[in-house]
Design a protein around this ligand. Sequence first.
Ligand code: GLU
Length: 303
Amino acid sequence: MMKSTPHYRGRFAPSPTGPLHFGSLVAAVGSYLEARSRKGEWLLRMEDIDPPREVAGAADSILHGLEHLGMYWDDAVLYQSHRYGAYDQALAKLEQAGHTYLCSCSRAEIFKYAVMTDDGPIYSGACRGGVNKQQASYAIRVRVNDGYIGFEDHVQGRIGQHLEQEVGDFVLRRADGLPAYQLAVVVDDAMQGITHVVRGCDLLNASLRQVYLQSLLGLAHPRYLHLPVVVNDKGEKLSKQTFAAPLDQNRPVAELCKALIFLGQDPPVSLSEASVDEFWVWAIAHWQLSRVPRQRQIAYSGL
Ligand code: GLU
């Protein structure tokens, strides 16, 4: 059931691909402080619908990691793996309205004909007129148009794209049957009544696809705020693939202070000696969104 809309409901939506690291901590801390400093709610959603990328035990490790850092969420954790029916329903609605089509293209075929962008290949639309070969299973794509999609990001300013030229028709259900992130995130942000999405800039352009899907599905648009992402000295986002170190469990406040400083805040040196609860009292009272750097990524070596 759709919840009534509160004045502020934020969320943190990790994928269980490994334990929390400094990059995911920054997204968690930024979304938590925005929510709590505005007396809002902060929900937790486990985005566990990509089993090939998941690591056993990672979901629990993230939840324990957050508790250890003194970050408490409202409501029960929502597991996307329990929500396949809702994604199927949304997809059926888009199918019935004629917004989707089957796609038989393999990765190799997509890359062969696509123009590459930082966000991946722009799909050529090869299957728009019908699949070009019979196979056991197909991906499902949503048709985009040449209209302009844009929004005002609270940190990054005006963001916009012509999806047809810059992204292409994108996948809603993968050929292996799994729902794509873009579909699941839109369905769940709406079901959870999320009013404000705060996350890293790696998803800045993905937000435009999400706004497009919200419009097709008749869902409300949340407000968006994208924080700078932490990159290593090679410019790579910290992640399991780039061997980001897990957080130091023995020094939770030191890790939190580093995240606060990364987000442009100015904690007193003495805060690193505080308890976790004292840390949050200070951080919530002094959080200033205007201090968050208006940058998409920041190299950080103090790890
Ligand atoms: N699960 C995504 C990730 O960990 C984040 C999704 C989101 O915040 O919308 O990168």
